[in-house]
Design a protein around this ligand. Sequence first.
Ligand code: ACO
Length: 553
Amino acid sequence: MPAELNRALGLSRFGCLFLAFSHMATGQIFSRNTQALFYNYKQLPIQRMLDFDFLCGRETPSVAGIINPGSEGFQKLFFGQEEIAIPVHSMIEAACSAHPTADVFINFASFRSAAASSMSALKQPTIRVVAIIAEGVPESDTKQLIAYARANNKVLIGPATVGGIQAGAFKIGDTAGTIDNIIQCKLYRPGSVGFVSKSGGMSNELYNTIARVTDGIYEGIAIGGDVFPGSTLSDHVLRFNNMPQVKMMVVLGELGGRDEYSLVEALKDGKVHKPVVAWVSGTCARLFKSEVQFGHAGAKSGGELESAQAKNQALREAGAVVPTSYEAFETAIKETFEKLVEEGKIAPVPDVEPPQIPEDLKYAIKSGKVRAPTHIISTISDDRGLLTIGPRFGGAIDDAARYFKDACDRGLTPYEFVEGMKKKGIRVPGIGHRIKSRDNRDKRVQLLQQYAHTHFPSVKYMEYAVQVEAYTLSKANNLVLNVDGAIGSLFLDLLAGSGMFSKQEIDEIVEIGYLNGLFVLARSIGLIGHTFDQKRLKQPLYRHPWEDVLYTK
Ligand code: ACO
């Protein structure tokens, strides 16, 4: 199917290669061969990128590698129906050397870490485009990133952005939302419209509008809602102007800031040779008696010049097609497109049928569409993880004990400990939970803590772990002390408080990782029970399903 789609799109292998090498900050920045490094493992946006790739008939996945501080190995994700193992690196430099052709860096770091990691990425010779998703990056940091990117001929998209998309070629993270929306907006194949917007949310809306009244998007970029965007509306309009595939531009600005005026200047100077349909939203700000701060940091009704009305007027006078209201935007886009078709400047692209993305089994089961057989009958337990002991299960207890002990014995403050770990790229073991949070505590942790308070001679290590938790909770609600962290720290208290072990013995126990023995013990009991249960149930030879193993290099 991908090859068929390539043919339908008229893109030969050579065509793809040509696109890959023809990018420049003054023209096309993505192609059907573009690959990215994704910083901070977030499963959903990566899977959405891969689903988009499949939909477009790409031959290679657009995510070459993942950088997840503190972990290495592989992450399993789907590329169409197949599962693929994407390499995970703990350091940016290592990821860039391992994937020298991946030239886009998609940064999903939090607002605290986005600037430092983006600067490291910009400094890598292989990285050409950096997109920053986080909202709230300090403006002084952003200014430094902008200066560095400009001086080194790199493209910065964001901060506070959803990213961007080249239809039928490459997509950043969550751009354009769900696969259903992407299909509805025909983003799986290129159209003729270059689109740039400040807002990420509104860009999804406009992808729909543009698909309804034109032959669709060629490329769309959300520059982000901060006061200082890494690249501006006019940067992208001027780029689109140099791209022969783009026949007209649609711009969605916003009140606040002066960015739209550089577009006004470019239009007045005759630098833009294609029709621009523009709207600056936020005209309602005048209805308020006082200054209003809208959702984006940059969307503030400042002086008259920064108002939506003034910017719309200036764009209109400079030659852009500017409707009288947002409601009339769609008609303005439609009329401009139809005129270009009439003049023979656009030959609307033929539609192609995108392949169907296979549905995930867990969602199909949940919705009642399919059923899947189980592989084992058991009457004693659900047998999950019966055979997995080691770092994969139980490893966090050993690690939590090791790191908490070291930090507590060295007298590190929780701040010094957590930030020191972060510098080393290691997430604190024993901290964090997928479901549990500050307001939804893990009952097991609470019971263990209560028991220890009543019965243990000292709870020094557990109290230290609780202080660490107080610090990590200031970063995110789910960074609670989890049950592994609680057991790890409480075992330290037991070892230290029982008086039965020398300091050297305790160090050895923690260093070797004896606490994993708890899992050996529990699983040994389970294994004995399992053996008897299987015999009693007269179960036949068990063959593990072949498709359950991803065999990879
Ligand atoms: N022990 C200690 N610390 C830990 C542990 C642990 N076990 N696990 C995580 N942490 C820390 C991390 O180190 C990180 O620290 P830092 O913030 O000092 O770097 C912190 O917890 C946060 O965790 P992360 O996974 O790194 O970040 P987060 O979950 O906050 O995700 C993201 C970052 C994706 C940017 C998120 O905040 C987000 O989506 N924000 C919204 C961005 C946005 O709206 N952009 C505009 C888009 S436009 C549109 O969408 C319409």
